[in-house]
Write a protein that binds this ligand. Structure first.
Ligand SMILES: C[S@@+](CC[C@H](N)C(=O)[O-])C[C@H]1O[C@@H](n2cnc3c(N)ncnc32)[C@H](O)[C@@H]1O
Length: 320
């Protein structure tokens, strides 16, 4: 199959007929900067035409196959849920091709996408990106500074995840906040190895998602690739870490999450930062945000005029 046929087949498999009705958000913050849809990303994405500046996706890694690990000194099963059950490599490839194809249509021409993963899914994601015409910019290694031990003692301790950064098209230039990244890295060029801790206890204040990403990781991603006022999409939102980091950094967010219990965590987390004191405290706990505030003058110079538009395909009359 050529590239065109691959894209066509991927769209057809999951596309639902385009509905013209407005979508009802599961939750929308009063300033409309945080928007959460409850449902299947494959059904919801084709229902609107909005284009985003950046997409972050933490898709299922398909690694839940009954393995064990240690948490707080106890042996625990590492299965995350039915949404993460192991699948054949063929099925993993088909899944990745479908959602990456849908997401490409939702990106501005100069937009970029970040996808996190482990060896279970990341090679498939990289292949799909290339097939679909994205250009891979970097593969960031997130080196966890506090990984859990490997209890089998038969392997190296698993301490890394990968985050691929790609742009929509080969030719259209992307935005990279080079100076800010350098400032954050003590005035040396930021490398593609990021030493950052796993989530801290204060990030679990609204109960924890089984694969919740740290706000520190999402903050760096957002600061590196967007300006204030940017629209960010997360098609597998989980507990909406992307949305919380986006709003702590004056960016706008749309998330899609299939499981209501996880969407509820996202809503609770957003409500938590409505309190200005909590908002300030959380910002102060994220080193990259503190450093970016030191750099505020430079940052403001490169901002576009902030857009206050809200998502045109969402209706306002939601009962919360
Ligand atoms: C790896 S988790 C994301 C965790 C998130 N980054 C966080 O920090 O909380 C993936 C999420 O995607 C959701 N999911 C899986 N398939 C989905 C689908 N087809 N549509 C929408 N959400 C889906 C799962 O319920 C799960 O919460």
């Amino acid at each position: 199959m050529n590239k065109r046929q691959i894209i066509h087949a991927a769209k057809n498999n999951y596309a639902v007929s385009c509905q013209r009705e407005m979508l009802t958000p599961y939750y929308r913050s009063s300033d409309h900067a945080f928007n959460l849809l409850h449902g299947d990303t494959f059904e919801l994405l084709p229902q609107f035409n909005f284009k985003f500046d950046m997409i972050f996706a933490d898709p299922p890694y398909f690694l839940s196959s009954g393995g064990i690990s240690v948490q707080s000194g106890k042996v625990v099963c590492v299965d995350k849920g039915d949404w993460d059950k192991s699948m054949s490599q063929e099925d993993v490839n088909a899944f990745n091709l479908k959602w990456l194809s849908l997401c490409r249509e939702k990106l501005k021409d100069n937009g970029t996408i970040w996808i996190s993963g482990t060896y279970h899914n990341i090679f498939s994601v990289a292949n799909c990106l290339t097939q679909l015409g994205y250009k891979i910019l970097n593969v960031v290694t997130w080196a966890k500074t506090n990984p859990p031990p490997n209890i089998s003692c038969r392997y190296f301790t698993y301490s890394t995840e990968f985050v691929i950064w790609a742009r929509k098209s080969e030719k259209v230039p992307h935005f990279y906040n080079y100076e800010l990244m350098k400032h954050i890295n003590d005035d040396k060029q930021m490398t593609d190895v990021w030493r950052l801790p796993a989530i801290a206890p204060w990030e679990k204040s609204c109960t924890k998602h089984p694969t919740q990403k740290p706000l520190g990781l999402l903050s760096r991603i957002i600061l590196a690739s967007t300006k204030p006022g940017a629209w960010i999409l997360d098609p597998f939102a989980g507990s909406s870490t992307t949305g919380i980091a986006a709003n702590l950094l004056d960016r706008l967010f749309l998330g899609i999450e299939r499981e209501e219990k996880f969407a509820a965590i996202g809503k609770a987390r957003r409500e938590e930062i409505e309190n200005p004191h909590t908002y300030t405290i959380y910002r102060s706990k994220i080193p990259d945000i503190v450093k970016s505030s030191e750099n505020q003058m430079k940052l403001l110079e490169c901002c576009e005029s902030n857009r206050v538009e809200s998502l045109p395909f969402l209706c306002d009359d939601i009962s919360l």
